[in-house]
Every structure is written in structure tokens, then in C-alpha cells.
Design a protein around this ligand. Structure first.
Ligand code: NAD
Length: 385
């Protein structure tokens, strides 16, 4: 059976990490399912390659195809510098309503970590992707809108806040909060995780962050009775525990007691900070996979950008894209192939033959180029067949 996977190569290090990743993912499918399953890769244009071929950075055809797709992967895309350009990534997420940004954070043995017990880190962050202060509703200081809002809020803000102030709006809605939390709970139930923690700043922002927390609990009680229990309920009430944590405490706890956390569901800004900070505990950007998911389409992508300073030099780490591929395989119903990719990654890293970003963290490691590192992964995967 063929599984169609649309892919966007991406800019900067995109082409080289893709050249490294595809053979590894294909080999993992072959090693796990023989001739019975195969990935059918279909390229879509976006970014600089699209501009060179079509004169557009994000052709309508690409968006239309993705709109009807279930499975896709993308490399990093440059945000063209200049007036009037919005990030292609943000445009894609908004247009396709990919409302959940999901990033697993799992320790890979051998990688340097600032934690005492990094082996206890195994979390999955679900970050709301479409609202919060990232909705981009901002008014520049001196604009009519900012002046009007400041005049309206004059008593709250204090007399020293004058029209020379920028103003931003933080929308948090029930519908968007609950669809994000629903994805996190469904994932926790499907993968037999122990808990879902709502991460928020509700102690300060009661009607936005606090509301997110409240709507999360409300959803658990209304839709997951018997499957999700709250902290004061006995274990028989459900296999998954729902709890919450204030965002600043979460950063501290994730460093001190990572074993207390499993699936995290949070608002956009908290999630942005949290997922990068957690990635740094387990190897950094070169090993951080992710997916942006809507109700039908799942768009898997590495969390790093185009890394222009190292592009074309064969030194990038393809690990993040390859591990995003493992997530894609799992999502597409090929868990054996996903396991195969992750095992290969573990064994190659334990063998201390790694790309320069990891070699600089691992004492005694030998530095390999992007292609040579992928070649080792490929051999490890083929050895599992
Ligand atoms: P970046 O992730 O490209 O680079 C940050 C640092 O990490 C750099 O030192 C880089 O060399 C290093 N790095 C990144 N990926 C690496 C890898 N696979 N192996 C080894 N080292 C790696 O972030 P940036 O410099 O802020 O952004 C560069 C461009 O990428 C910008 O145009 C930005 O808009 C874009 N970007 C795109 C995405 C995306 O497509 N999802 C995400 C972030 C940034």
C-alpha cells in the first residue's frame, strides 16, 4: 500500500536535510513492512524554489493541495525580508487552520543536557497556534487606535501612560482553547500517557489565561468523563490525570522535576517559550521534531529555521527532520517504522558519531557531515530489517 506524503523542500539547509532524511524514512518503512507499504513522496513548491519557478513564494496551488491533504512534511522556509512580507510559515498555519503545534521532548541517550536526570524527560507540548498575543492585533504608539484605546483605559493604565505607547490585544477564545485541549487529551488517551497539564498564567490574566485553564477542565468533565480524572478524583475515574501549572512555575518544575510532566497543553506565547526551552534540555534544535495539526491536515516539520550561515556546507544536523518523519510515520499508522527510526538515531548518537552541533556537546565524539551522519542512520535502519 502506498501512503502519499506531500513535501516542501524548504530553503537554506532544507535541500540537504531532505536529501539526508528521505532515504532513512523510506528504508525504515521497508525494514518494518517489506514490500507491503511504501511512501509516495509528492513535492509541493514553496519558498525560494517556488519564487524561482513561479514568481510566488507560496503558490495558490500549494495551498489548495494542502487544504485537501491529510499528511505533509516541510523543510524550513525563509521569511523574505522587506515590507509587506508576512512569514510564510505563519501564513500557512493560519490559512490551513493548523491550530495545534505539537512538539515532543524526549531525551536521547548520549546527548549533553543541563539536567541532572535528563533520562526522565519525556513530554509532549501542545501549543495553541492561532490566537493569543500572536494574533498580531497591535497598534503602534501614536496611531489613532492606540490613542483611542489608551484614552478609553486611562483610569486603569495610570496617568503616566500617554499616547506614546504601543497597544496589543490578547484574544483567547473558548472554542480555540478547547479544540487544542481536546487534541492533547485525545493524544494522551491514544498513547496511554499519564497526565495532561494545562499551563497558564491565570493568576495574573484571569479572563484570558485563567479562562483557558477553566475551559480545559470544563472540557475534561463534559466530554471525557470516565477517561480523564481531576486531581481530587480517585484513579478509577479515568486513566489520564488532568492538572494545571502556572507557566513560570512550569519552567522551574520542568528543570527540577521533569518526571512530573507528560502531555502539556498551553496558550500560544507560553508554548513558544516552553517548547524551545524544553528542546534545549535534550539536544537543542538539531534534534527537535514537530508537527502543526488541524482537524484533517498534519504538517510535520523540524523546529529549526533555514540556518543560512551553515546552508550548503554539509554540516547541518538532519535529525530534527528525520525525527519529524518518525512522528509522521506514527501518525500514518506505521509505528514500527517510527520505532525503527528512533532506535537508529539512539544507536548512532550513543556511538558518538554525530554532526558538529552534537559533537561539540558530547565528549570524545567524532564529527560527521550531514550526509555521512545520515548514511550511518540508513545503515542502522537497514540492519533492523
Ligand atoms: P535557525 O533555526 O535557522 O538558526 C538558529 C541557530 O541554530 C543557528 O546558529 C543555526 O546555524 C543553528 N541550527 C538550526 N538548525 C540547525 C541544524 N539542523 N543543524 C545544526 N545547526 C542548526 O533560526 P534563525 O536564524 O532565527 O532563522 C533563520 C531563518 O529561518 C529566518 O528566515 C526565519 O524566518 C526562518 N525560520 C523558519 C522556520 C520554519 O520554517 N518553521 C522556523 C524558524 C525560523
Amino acid at each position: 500500500m502506498d501512503t502519499q506524503v506531500f513535501f516542501i523542500e524548504g530553503d537554506g539547509i532544507g535541500p540537504e536535510v531532505w536529501a539526508a532524511a528521505r532515504p532513512v524514512l523510506d528504508a525504515a518503512v521497508a525494514a518494518s513492512y517489506g514490500e507491503t507499504r511504501r511512501l509516495n513522496w509528492v513535492e509541493l513548491l514553496a519558498g525560494e524554489k517556488a519564487f524561482a519557478e513561479t514568481g510566488e513564494y507560496l503558490p495558490q496551488e500549494t495551498l489548495e493541495t494542502l487544504r485537501g491533504a491529510r499528511l505533509a512534511m516541510k523543510g524550513p522556509l525563509t521569511t523574505p525580508v522587506g515590507k509587506g512580507f508576512r512569514s510564510l510559515n505563519v501564513t500557512m498555519r493560519r490559512t490551513l487552520d493548523l491550530y495545534a503545534c505539537i512538539r515532543p521532548v524526549r531525551y536521547i541517550e548520549g546527548v549533553e543536557s543541563p539536567l541532572k536526570h535528563p533520562e526522565k524527560v519525556d513530554m509532549v507540548v501542545f501549543r495553541e497556534n492561532t490566537e493569543d498575543v500572536y494574533a498580531g492585533i497591535e497598534f503602534a504608539s501614536g496611531s489613532d487606535e492606540a490613542r483611542r484605546l489608551i484614552a478609553f483605559l486611562h483610569d486603569e493604565l495610570g496617568a503616566d501612560v500617554d499616547s506614546a505607547s504601543g497597544v496589543g490585544i490578547k484574544p483567547i477564545s473558548k472554542f480555540r482553547s478547547q479544540r487544542l485541549v481536546r487534541q492533547a487529551i485525545d493524544f494522551a488517551l491514544a498513547t496511554k500517557r499519564e497526565s495532561v497539564t494545562l499551563v497558564h498564567k491565570g493568576n495574573i490574566m484571569k479572563y484570558t489565561e485563567g479562562a483557558f485553564r477553566g475551559w480545559g477542565y470544563e472540557l475534561a468533565e463534559a466530554e471525557y468523563s470516565g477517561r480523564v480524572r481531576l486531581a481530587d478524583q480517585p484513579a478509577e475515574q479515568g486513566p489520564v490525570l488532568m492538572k494545571d501549572c502556572i507557566a513560570d512555575a512550569m519552567f522551574q518544575n520542568a528543570l527540577l522535576y521533569p518526571e512530573m510532566y507528560d502531555v502539556l497543553a498551553t496558550t500560544n506565547l507560553n508554548g513558544d517559550y516552553l517548547s524551545d526551552a524544553l528542546a534545549a534540555q535534550v539536544g537543542g534544535l538539531g534534534l527537535a521534531p514537530g508537527v502543526n495539526m488541524g482537524d484533517t491536515l498534519a504538517l510535520f516539520e523540524p523546529t529549526h529555521g533555514t540556518a543560512p550561515a551553515i546552508a550548503g556546507k554539509d554540516i547541518a544536523n538532519p535529525g530534527s527532520l528525520i525525527l519529524s518523519g518518525a512522528m509522521m510515520l506514527e501518525h500514518a499508522g506505521m509505528p514500527e517504522a517510527a520505532r525503527c527510526v528512533r532506535q537508529a538515531m539512539n544507536s548512532v548518537i550513543i556511538g558518538k558519531q554525530v554532526t558538529v552541533d552534537l559533537a561539540s556537546q558530547i565528549p570524545g565524539a567524532r564529527t560527521l557531515g550531514c550526509a555521512a551522519f545520515a548514511e550511518l542512520l540508513l545503515k542502522a535502519v537497514q540492519g533492523m530489517g
